[in-house]
Ligand binder design. Structure first.
Ligand code: FDP
Length: 393
């Protein structure tokens, strides 16, 4: 099976690019340690140089227990430069690089999919495959090639698949290959979500146990948004024309701001508290920003550094979002970005994943928004607000 991904066992990535991947491709330099993104040349259609952002901010990685090394991750770094500064864990670096390769391939396949009838399809080797299945295969290939993953598990078929990497010192990865695949034809933004847990367990663990989480976002721009356990912030990488990921943004705080993204709105018909919360947003003249794709709807909170996303259940409209594949990884990204998450009572990162298919309601947002969400739905909040947040009366 050809995927365009080839990751060596010892960390170097070998691009394996065929002519059908001729858009947005990686060149060997893109992943070489000596590569400097600031030396990139333009490949823009109109001859104007791609604006390579100068380093303008830096974040200090938290000191690991065994190391006094303080590293700096700068805007403008390539993905590999960033990861090398961010963590001493070579296995994790290799995994995140391999996933970056997979996201790049998926991005190309989504961009060039033909849509008709009920599915969007693209060719994958000799086969025609629906884009979500294709993304699924590409991600499993990447996990295998990383040689550091014990189990992979996809939302498509929630069963552990042995990726043949080590259990000790290795990782297990849960992913939603293409969230929002039903809106590829309408050309809305869609995305891949994944969470990385240490060892060989994806049940009996919590979202807080993740060592990394990320999403690939396939919209007008393709971005790779990731967070690592021992590094403050959530970090955005932009896919350049050359096929390289460039570090373009850090988010470390989510402030207050009137923007809402209300999922499962049908639940307001028989959940009066959710109806009350929505009424509050409307009355207070919040801006509605909802696409129906959880990846862009949650990503906007990280990018705009404000807002609230809700997907609330009711007796007739049950919770459908999956804790392992969607809710926990996105919770990790939001909380590392300085935001908060809740299932109504607690952070989604504190929910034990009992089964691979666990579902939950969820909200992500700024502190006051999560307090308002919990107070309106359940009468009180575990979080303390400096002053009343004015929950819907
Ligand atoms: P979809 O079913 O289209 O794949 O994860 C499932 C999801 O999309 C999310 O991306 C999205 O936020 C949610 O479902 C939309 O659900 P509602 O239409 O019920 O709001």
């Amino acid at each position: 099976m050809e995927t365009g991904i080839a990751c060596c066992a010892r960390g170097a990535l070998l691009p394996n690019v065929s002519s059908q991947h001729s858009t947005g491709l990686v060149s060997p330099r893109s992943v070489s340690p000596s590569f400097s993104s600031r030396s990139l040349k333009s490949s823009s259609l109109f001859g104007e140089s791609l604006r390579i952002m100068p380093p303008r901010s830096s974040l200090k990685a938290s000191k690991s227990k065994n190391s006094s090394l303080v590293t700096k991750c700068e805007i403008g770094d390539s993905l590999e430069e960033f990861l090398t500064k961010a963590t001493p864990d070579k296995g994790l670096i290799r995994l995140m690089m391999c996933m970056g390769e997979a996201l790049r391939t998926i991005s190309f396949k989504v961009r060039t999919a033909s849509c008709g009838g009920t599915a969007c399809v693209n060719s994958f080797g000799d086969e025609q495959l629906a884009v979500d299945l294709l993304a699924n295969n590409v991600l499993f290939e990447a996990l295998k090639y990383s040689h550091i993953v014990k189990y992979g598990c996809s939302e498509e078929v929630p069963e552990l698949q042995d990726m043949e990497g080590p259990a000790e010192g290795g990782f297990s990865v849960a992913f939603d290959p293409l969230d929002g695949s039903s809106i590829v034809d309408t050309n809305f933004t869609v995305g891949t979500i994944f969470g990385v847990w240490p060892g060989d367990k994806l049940t009996g663990v919590t979202g807080r146990d993740q060592v990394a989480a990320a999403m690939g976002i396939f919209g007008p721009r393709t971005t790779y948004v990731l967070a690592l356990k021992d590094l403050p912030g959530t970090h955005e990488f932009l896919l350049l024309d050359e096929g390289k990921w460039q570090h373009v943004k850090d988010t470390t705080e989510i402030g207050e701001g009137k923007m809402f993204s209300p999922g499962n709105l049908r639940a307001t018909s028989d959940n009066p508290d959710y109806a009350k919360l929505i009424d509050y947003y409307v009355r207070e003249k919040y801006t509605l920003r909802y696409t129906g794709g959880m990846v862009p709807d949650v990503n906007q909170i990280i990018v705009k550094e404000k807002g609230i996303f809700t997907n609330v259940a009711s007796p007739s409209a049950k919770a459908k979002l999956r804790l392992l594949f969607e809710v926990a990884p996105l919770g990790f990204l939001i909380e590392k970005a300085g935001g908060y998450s809740s299932d109504g009572n607690k952070s989604v990162l504190d929910k034990v994943i009992n089964s691979l298919d666990d579902r939950t309601q969820v909200a992500y947002g700024s502190k006051n928004e999560i307090i308002r969400f919990e107070e309106t739905l359940y009468g009180s909040s575990r979080l303390k607000a400096p002053e009343p947040v004015g929950a819907a009366a």
